[in-house]
Design a binder for this molecule. Structure first.
Ligand code: FAD
Ligand code: A2P
Length: 273
């Protein structure tokens, strides 16, 4: 364990029932990293849900934040994909975890980005910016996604190419995946774009939907309520703007209790919100 990662281990004489052990860590950029931890045997979750994870603070109290589970529900470990906020209470320290360290994980998964919240349809759109791809990293690896939909479109937008790399490598690995490789073939359409660094495909998700560019590029018809479903995960501003675009195509927002054509979740709680 490094000096800068606060231990999740309990003080002597006390046990910490929600501690899990870090099994691997990968740094993607100076602002992004992913890691895997042991999975509590009792934890059942639906792909797309989030849990509270964290470390003990200096006073020995749990400092927890919401994190989407990026691994699919069948995986024996749990994967997370994280921002590094330089002065962030949790991630300024979480970014220093190493294999063998412990983190706290409250095994109470919740969330709206689940299949149960969508009505059946032909095509599902996963729309994400930044770390908002995390719940879709889970859903893209879930057989249910391909059983329920004929086509799956993953639109992911970041400022720069390096920030797309976690998603890109994950999508590329799916073809070789023994469990879902065959299900994914021809069904998953990946549409990564950058907005501030030149790349093969560029532009905001909202602009590529409203201009029709993404439909033309992928050779699919414009969205409509009868065929298309969507899940959205990004900053509050992104979510608000995408909702307006989806409503413009006639889609209605759903929830676990009332499935409709699209669902939304914040990828983080922004400053002052
Ligand atoms: P905080 O005090 O929590 O945040 C400080 C500031 O950093 C925020 O005000 C915001 O401006 C910015 N910020 C926080 N998180 C992000 C982010 N992910 N991307 C860009 N800017 C950010 N974070 C993840 O990294 N991965 C996840 O899978 C994830 N899932 C979440 C799911 C839900 C439902 C919610 C509400 C949040 C999720 N978050 C996720 C955000 C996470 O809970 C923390 O905010 C983040 O880990 C930073 O914690 P912190 O204590 O270091 O800083
Ligand atoms: P842009 O570079 O044009 O602002 P951020 O790092 O600020 O959270 O943004 C992540 C990505 O999401 C960027 O590519 C950014 O594009 C895009 N983005 C930010 N806000 C919106 C929004 N309201 N609608 C669509 N895309 C957005």
């Amino acid at each position: 364990m490094t000096d800068s990662a606060a231990p999740a281990a309990a003080p002597a004489g006390k046990t910490l029932p929600d501690a899990q052990t870090v099994t691997s860590v990968r740094h993607w950029t100076d602002r992004l990293f992913s890691f895997r931890v042991t999975r509590p045997q009792s934890l059942r979750f639906r792909s797309g849900e989030f849990v509270m994870i964290g470390l003990l603070d200096e006073r020995g109290k749990p400092l927890l934040r919401a994190y989407s589970i990026a691994s699919p529900s069948w995986d024996e470990e749990l994967e997370f994909y994280s921002i590094k906020v330089p002065d962030g209470p949790l991630t300024s320290r979480l970014q220093h975890i190493e294999p063998g360290d412990q983190i706290i994980l409250r095994p109470k998964p919740v969330g709206t980005l689940v299949h149960d919240a969508l009505l059946p349809g032909k095509r599902v759109w996963f729309l994400a910016t930044g770390t908002g791809i995390a719940p879709f990293a889970s859903l893209m690896r879930d057989p249910e996604t391909y059983e329920k939909f004929d086509q799956v479109v993953m639109m992911h937008t970041c400022r720069e190419k390096a920030e797309l790399e976690y998603g890109r490598q994950l999508v590329e690995s799916l073809a070789e995946d023994p469990l879902i490789g065959e299900m994914v073939a021809g069904k998953l359409l990946y549409y990564p774009t950058t907005t501030r660094e030149p790349s093969d495909r560029m532009g905001r998700i909202t602009d590529n939907l409203t201009s029709g560019k993404v439909f033309a590029d992928l050779g699919i018809p414009p969205m409509d309520r009868d065929h298309d479903r969507a899940m959205v995960c990004g900053s509050l501003a992104f979510n608000i703007d995408v909702k307006a675009v989806l409503e413009g195509f006639g889609l209605r927002e759903g929830a676990n209790s009332e499935p409709q054509e699209y669902v939304v979740e914040k990828a983080f709680v922004g400053d002052g919100i």
